[in-house]
Design a protein. Structure first.
Length: 193
């Protein structure tokens, strides 16, 4: 695989490389990769995430399974009681206003069938590492036990929860996902950004 050589390799950390077989393109967002993977035309491609840029311009990458782009993951916090649940929910809302999350994220507060409150952050699974860092930086601990991962999202959706509150959290607009027409028009360009 021969990678293109960008002028500023560090700008590509967190973005993706797609190996089309006969060429590579660098600089896709996770959402753009998901759109391309939906097409039969690109069923054979390999996807890599750039996780570090060395001072000499070398990029460290890891392979990403195509299934990863269709999964959701989440972080779930049990609440000690209604008051602590409301405070925890508001703290997460305030943190998102102060420091937007790295991806589109659902923040929900639900009442379980047994009456206990639960706070859920649900996001695309490909952003697990970034969301973990975002939560670490928030200093948020919650008032009860926490659990995380794609299996927890499935369990949450299958449970008989009453949704009490929810909001959509949005990332900074610094790296916009291109619309389908623009994305398709640029397939094949070595550097996407």
């Amino acid at each position: 695989m021969k990678l293109p050589q960008p002028d500023n390799p560090a700008d590509y950390v967190g973005l993706y490389v797609i190996d089309f077989g006969d060429q590579c393109s660098m600089g896709y967002t996770a959402e753009e990769v998901a759109v391309l993977l939906e097409s039969q035309r690109y069923a054979h491609v390999k996807v890599y995430k750039i996780y570090r840029a060395q001072p000499d311009g070398t990029l460290d990458m890891t392979g990403v399974a195509r299934e990863r782009f269709s999964l959701e993951s989440g972080i779930f916090f049990d609440c000690r009681d209604a008051d602590s649940g409301r405070r925890d929910y508001q703290r997460l809302e305030q943190w998102a206003r102060q420091q937007p999350p790295p991806c589109r994220t659902q923040l929900q507060m639900a009442c379980r069938a047994d009456g206990r409150l639960l706070i859920a952050l649900i996001y695309p699974a490909e952003y697990e590492q970034e969301m973990g860092c975002w939560m670490r930086d928030s200093g948020f601990r919650g008032s009860g036990a926490a659990d995380a991962g794609p299996s927890q999202v499935s369990r949450y959706y299958q449970s008989d929860n009453e949704l009490l509150d929810r909001c959509q959290l949005w990332p900074l607009a610094s790296l916009q996902t291109r619309d389908r027409a623009e994305l398709w028009a640029n397939v094949g360009r070595a550097l996407q950004r």
